[in-house]
Design a protein around this ligand. Structure first.
Ligand code: FAD
Length: 301
């Protein structure tokens, strides 16, 4: 068979980057190369790409803005798909907004606020894409995607496009049906409400200020590393284990927020993984609680 990457270049599937270092595409600034990073810019390009990968049984995964992902140092075999171009739009109709899967979730919340629409204030500090936010049921400040979600257009791994309504998504804490059923969110529709622009702006500024005070935003990180166990907070448990500031190689438990691991400069994925395992072992030994990662660990080990 002809090398699949050269087959790709014969088709109109968007920009193709071979052996692309994924450290350039993750907020942790960590990650080895993908065999091919492909950035489709239209639905047609995306569907054509998925069909080709399916037909040739090439493994693939989707990424958004890499803000909840630890990519291994050896990187990812096969294709990594990231939505770009025309798949980053946002279209407002009255109090309903439809946004492309590649649209920035932060930008979407700012656009909604400027229009006096309430419901997306919680998203102001969540630095991912709309697709990643739907996949994760991202949330903060007492709200999450499930509260405003109306529907999504999803490309399945056969290339078929399907529509999911809210009841199809089985949203739960940082979970959606997409964890079990492979598919790419091409667009999502959210139902907002008309509100008072100044109140929305004030709520967003307050959320942002709280983050600035409590999160290490000046260093590369991926938000909360562990899911909160029922009835408790991972950050509280890690702090109680005296792990703030503890490090492995270039990876360190943030002194500002114990559930954040920061890259102090030259951290590798192995540094972060070792630190994750050490934290889990200490919390389990001392407090009998198993901490589960919220971040996705992907790639060849
Ligand atoms: P990625 O990290 O690229 O991917 C995450 C998962 O989503 C992967 O499994 C990927 O395959 C999948 N995915 C990505 N795009 C698509 C798509 N189009 N279709 C289907 N699946 C897709 N999260 C919160 O929930 N609340 C917070 O308050 C919060 N604060 C954060 C603060 C900081 C400083 C940082 C760095 C991160 C924070 N996060 C938070 C984590 C992260 O921003 C969210 O989980 C975000 O929704 C991930 O989106 P992404 O596009 O970056 O996804």
């Amino acid at each position: 068979m002809q090398q699949w990457t050269s087959l790709l270049s014969e088709l109109n599937v968007g920009a193709i980057y071979l052996d692309e270092a994924l450290a350039r595409h993750t907020t942790w600034k960590i990650g080895g190369p993908a065999d091919a990073l492909i950035i489709p810019e239209t639905r047609e390009q995306l569907q054509e790409l998925i069909k080709l990968l399916h037909q040739h049984e090439i493994p693939w995964m989707q990424m958004g803005r890499g803000s909840n992902m630890l990519v291994s140092d050896k990187g990812i075999r096969g294709a990594v798909i990231k939505l770009g171009g025309d798949l980053e739009y946002a279209d407002f109709q009255e109090d309903v907004v439809t946004a492309g899967g590649g649209c920035s979730f932060v930008k979407l919340s700012i656009m909604a606020g400027k229009r006096g629409l309430t419901g997306l204030e919680f998203a102001a500090g969540i630095p991912g894409s709309v697709g990643g936010a739907v996949y994760m049921n991202a949330g903060a400040h007492g709200s999450d995607v499930s509260r405003i979600f109306k529907s999504a257009e999803i490309v399945l791994n056969t290339g078929e496009m399907v529509s999911y309504a809210a009841e199809d998504m089985t949203f739960a804490y940082r979970h959606s049906i997409l964890h079990e059923r492979k598919g790419i969110v091409v667009e999502a529709t959210f139902e907002l409400n008309h509100g008072v622009r100044t109140e929305i702006a004030a709520a967003m500024a307050c959320n942002k200020d709280r983050r600035r005070r409590t999160q290490p935003l000046q260093l590369p990180c991926a938000g909360s590393v562990f899911r909160n166990p029922p009835g408790d907070h991972a950050a509280r448990l890690i702090e109680a284990a005296n792990l703030k500031g503890y490090g492995v190689g270039g990876a360190e438990v943030s002194v500002q927020h114990a559930n954040f691991i920061v890259n102090t400069g030259q951290a590798t994925a192995e540094d972060v993984l070792t630190l994750i395992h050490e934290i889990q072992a200490k919390i389990f030994a001392e407090q009998g609680i198993s901490l589960e990662p919220e971040v996705f660990v992907v790639g060849e080990r």
